[in-house]
Design a protein around this ligand. Sequence first.
Ligand SMILES: [Zn+2]
Length: 308
Amino acid sequence: MLVDLQASLNAGLLEAHGSLPSGHPRFHFDYIDSSRPNALAFGDEGISFIGITLPLIERLWQVSDRLARFDDIARHFNANGNTEKAQRLFNEFFGTLLTFVVGHERGHGLLGHRREIDPTPLWDGIVQTHGERDLQRQAREVDADGYGTYFTLVNVMRNRRDRIIRSLGFDGEKGDANKMLLKLFIVAAGGYFFTSTLFVVSDADIDTKTHPPQAIRMHYVMHAARQWCAEFEPGLESFLTVELFQTVMEALKRLRQSGTVQTFGYCSQNFLNLAPDALIERDLSKHMQRIRDTEGKGTLDNTGDAAG
Ligand SMILES: [Zn+2]
């Protein structure tokens, strides 16, 4: 499964970004042996490498497993109380999460956030939460999440679409299939952010973290998803309501309580109305406009027939 996913993601990256004159692909994704859960992007001789460490793979695996086997989540995909369907749902969550992490790192690569390879290349961790005082760095993470969202939605709604629909045994109409696929992404992203340790921040220490709080990241992911829908599946964005969001978040909250007990931070807040501008230096519209400018030029993979 891991080998297949790697091949399919690399095929998507090749289709979206092409090769260098040397014949090497511009982007290459691989697994990395390391003791830390981490994802990274770095450049070497013009090639943008995306690496995901095996402990992070394990974490994505666990998140997908918990999501797929939790009835409150599984019932959204008609997989509750059915071991075989839950296993298939697990596969789709896992593929979706892996795509999101690869897409996030691809975002760093495209935005020039990567560093040339150095002895300690694990400078960027999607799960790393402590580091230098640098809000700019947090803003980069939000940007990368936006790219990750676009990359994943193309993958889920286009490239892997038929496969997922078949796998989950969905036999509804196209519009309903779109909603189901979109929900798959939202639940996967939410599960990724909110089943790990939440970090509680205050205005006083917000700038001591390398990554924004999960609630802020999810907020931007929702906005990026809305934007993608508005551009590529017009009308579908109206499905991304506050109610849907809260339903998913409440299910995740119950899932957390069935595991280790931790506070759920921002769960009860209305994310779509949350004003994170005070916490992140640049405002939402700037982030989104930049993603739109870059992704919308047709040079990348959001046209619906590329990427993986
Ligand atoms: Zn990152």
